[in-house]
Design a protein around this ligand. Structure first.
Ligand code: HEM
Length: 489
């Protein structure tokens, strides 16, 4: 009994001492901290509660100058909402936080999770795979996949609200499967099995994140959670390894590397580009190739699918914006049913504004976390090396610099430069700095093509005010994703 009391007193004394000896140039502490546990109690709860708490503290952080210190028990974490300070951190510290280790059993040292020493070289090698000339060859796949989505949605037309997420996600997975691996998941009957395995792998990682007693690799090793995670990752790795080995032997047998998986389309899959790099420069071994391909699939399908899902809800909730987007699509593509071609993309300016506004309202990566490997000097304070730093991108998009209508969906703001903040860091949906999303242009091209096909065929209705959000690594609706569609005549 006395031991416990003494231990508590010692912890409290240490806690007070560590707070008193804080560096004066450190950012202010977020109000509402309790002794010993700090702010941790506020975040105890499910992923909806975590999201609501983050929303509650957003304005406090803005008011305190855009950078604060939070105390999660013994761990200090900085949180930044100021756009310029976010950019400084993201440009100065490229190392991901230790929490990204939870994803490594699946993605290893792929770009998203790689430690800095590996990332530097691999990012340089992989950048050319996302050149505009490479992306242009994917237009055939983007069109044919969008047409497939339109056909599949037909069974829901005129039947009232339905969950469009499952359709969009499967379609996005197939698109990334085609362009990354050069295979049609459908032909191989892999889509459902792969999606289920991705779902399980990601949900076990989120569960581990939420339950601090599984954070240590030693406790986690004995958990059922790890067994479930291992089983799903085994399926995912088996799929990519099998495809990798098959493709390697085809290429050794000099089978042409340009694919025509979809009739009338020719493109080089990401896997082939990486295999070529390995043959020419010895750049990657088999494990590294698999990790990069897995990374592209994981980072590329859930993200684009989420943005499309939110965009359809928003277009359904704002009929005027939908009418404007439809009018623009008609003007650029004409009345017929032709494919969206590359030159059309730059003419679909309103549609691009809709997508950007949707990502401003709902940035699917609402918080990124970096490990500070050096002291970082910000506008009004200095962050200390060794700490974790949360970049609260959702709050950056809600910064007062967006104006009094910051909480409203207004695609028009993107078309009048005077209505946008005079700050390039105010929009960070794809992150900022050298470690920003490598797939940004891929995503914009594929999403624009998909939305153009869908809006050309269907009128959407939805009600975004019913959206309840949660944060499961990505920002997601908590209770289903409902829209209604009517076939346009
Ligand atoms: C609308 C769709 C997308 C959004 C909003 C998005 C957003 C992001 C964000 C915020 C990051 C930074 C993550 C972090 O620092 O923790 C990121 C990184 C990344 N994204 Fe995307 N992404 C999208 C689509 C894609 C696509 C289609 C691909 C691949 C085809 C892709 C591949 C990657 C990769 C590989 C990284 C890691 C980059 C690096 O560390 O060098 N993303 N993305």
């Amino acid at each position: 009994m006395w031991t416990v009391v003494l231990l508590c007193c010692a912890c409290a004394a240490y806690w007070l001492w560590s707070r008193k000896t804080r560096n004066t140039t450190e950012p202010p502490v977020l109000p509402g901290a309790w002794p010993i546990v700090g702010h941790a109690l506020r975040f105890v709860g499910d992923s909806c509660h975590i999201w609501n708490t983050l929303n509650d503290v957003m304005n406090d952080i803005h008011d305190l100058g855009g950078v604060v210190t939070g105390w999660l028990g013994p761990k200090n974490v900085y949180v930044v909402t100021d756009p310029d300070d976010c950019s400084t951190v993201l440009n100065t510290c490229l190392e991901k936080d230790d929490l990204y280790e939870f994803v490594k059993p699946f993605l290893g040292e792929g770009l998203l999770t790689a430690k800095l020493s590996i990332w530097k070289n691999h990012r340089k090698l992989l950048n050319p795979a996302f050149n505009q000339s490479v992306l242009d060859t994917f237009m055939g796949v983007f069109n044919s996949q969008s047409r497939k989505l339109v056909r599949e949605l037909e069974k829901e037309a005129g039947k009232g609200p339905f969950d469009h997420w499952a359709y969009i996600r499967l379609n996005a997975l197939e698109t990334i499967g085609l362009t990354s691996l050069g295979i049609d998941f459908n032909d191989l009957n892999l889509s459902t099995q792969y999606l289920e395995a991705v779902e399980t792998a990601l949900s076990t990682m989120i569960e581990r994140f939420a339950k601090f007693w599984w954070h240590s690799p030693y406790t986690f090793a004995f958990s059922n959670l790890k067994r479930r995670q291992d089983a799903s990752i085994k399926i995912l790795h088996n799929v990519s390894n099998t495809i990798l080995q098959k493709r390697k032997s085809e290429l050794t047998g000099n089978i042409c590397s340009e694919r025509s998986v979809i009739p009338g389309t020719k493109f080089k899959a990401f896997l082939d580009l990486v295999l070529e790099l390995s043959a020419e420069k010895g750049a990657f071994n088999d494990r590294e190739i698999r990790e990069q391909v897995d990374t592209m699939i994981a980072a590329g399908h859930d993200t684009s699918a989420n943005v499309l899902m939110f965009t359809m809800i928003l277009l359904g909730s704002y009929p005027e914006a939908q009418d404007k987007a439809f009018a623009e699509i008609q003007e650029v593509l004409g009345d017929g049913d032709r494919d969206v071609e590359k030159p059309d993309l730059s003419k679909l300016v309103y549609l691009e504004a809709v997508l950007k506004e949707s990502m401003r309202m709902f940035p699917i990566g609402p918080v990124l976390i970096r490990k500070l490997d050096k002291d970082v000097e910000l506008k009004n304070c200095t962050l200390s090396a060794g700490m974790s730093c949360g970049l609260f991108l959702f709050a950056v998009h809600k910064h007062p610099m967006w104006g009094p209508d910051v909480h409203e969906f207004k695609p028009e703001r993107w078309l009048e430069p005077g209505r946008l903040p005079d700050n390039p860091n105010a929009f960070a949906a794809f992150s900022l700095g050298r470690r920003m999303c490598i797939g940004k242009n891929y995503a914009l091209m594929s999403m624009k093509t998909t939305i153009a096909h869908v809006i050309r065929n269907y009128r959407i209705t939805a009600d975004h005010t019913k959206l309840k959000l949660k944060v499961d690594v990505l920002l997601k609706p908590a209770d289903g994703y409902y829209i209604s569609i009517e076939k346009r005549t």
